[in-house]
Write a protein that binds this ligand. Sequence first.
Ligand code: CP3
Length: 345
Amino acid sequence: MTALPPFLAAALRQKTAHTPVWIMRQAGRYLPEYREVRSKVDFASLTHRPDLAAEVTLQPIRRFGLDAAIIFSDIMTPIEGMGVGLEYAPGPVIHNPIRTLTQVEAMRPLVPEQDVPYVMESLRLVRRELPAHVPLIGFCGAPFTLFCYLVGGKPSKEFSVPRAFVHGEPIVTARLLDRLADAMIAYLRAQAEAGAQALMIFESWGGLLGPADFRAVALPPMQRIVAGLQDIRARGVPLIYFANQGMANLEAVKDLPVDVVGLDWRVPLGPARKLLGPDKAVQGNLDPAVLFAPKDTLCRRIDDVLRDAGPAPGHIFNLGHGIWPETDPDAVARLVDHVHESSVR
Ligand code: CP3
């Protein structure tokens, strides 16, 4: 029997020789080699060109001893595939925000190999190039998070328009969330078939909802997705749910049968693990700002996260949210090495 790569073993709560580490937004603007590629093509083209998407996915893997790669794409890529016009400025802007049942029904059901073939082609290209011990993560946005962009029409701090819409238009809301859940089931399934060895669902804006609304609005379409992927999970492809700003909603997240819960830096890892119970691994959660600290402080803060996660198997080290574009790549190298050295068992 061959041993599982550390990232997959930790996701499945098995013992690992060291704590695996990867970084949200590890392919991105903090890397000069990414900026070099981006200086020639815009972001949308980058996601539509498998050769370039594969190249930028692999850039951080060549530079650092990371334990996983995440395919370069965006949570809005499959939404384009459903016929919704949008652009990146740099966050997603929807040409005609979705506000009516007619608009919801006009969205095409997603047929991934037909509507976004370039994503699956990127996955196949990357898998061919990756070392065997570095698993490839496929991903999508969670329905409520996609809903925030689709209804709001543009990035926002408060997303007041979609949050008011939830209460003012409950029928359109429910239908849109269901349609997004079905599309994401097809999308994640296609990514697994194309070589993704773990699947991550980003609930970036779930923290805008209080616990009752989170349970009523964000959780049901997530339950639907997880139920729709049981066969894929049974084949050893772990599901990761990133519950950004999720502290208040952890009790509800506990009821979601995923393998790993991603936590932001505001959440204390020890209590969160207790609350989530022994059948879930956790991922996170160093504050991305700490990468700007002097070396000693950075190492100490990494050790704090490792200690808070505790000795039980089932911790994947990550930042609490995406790495900032201003970050020094040398700090990332230091972080990856220190996580490995400090967590040797
Ligand atoms: O390395 C990776 O993590 C893989 C690639 C990836 C991107 N977006 C590339 C990207 C992933 C996993 C995402 C997910 C994503 N996209 C999320 C969920 C994660 C999170 O951060 O909460 C969200 C909410 C989006 C929507 C989105 N796309 C935003 C808000 C932005 C602007 C971001 C910014 O930092 O300014 C984008 C554009 C985007 N997606 C960029 C990248 C690298 C910036 C692109 C550029 O101009 O080069």
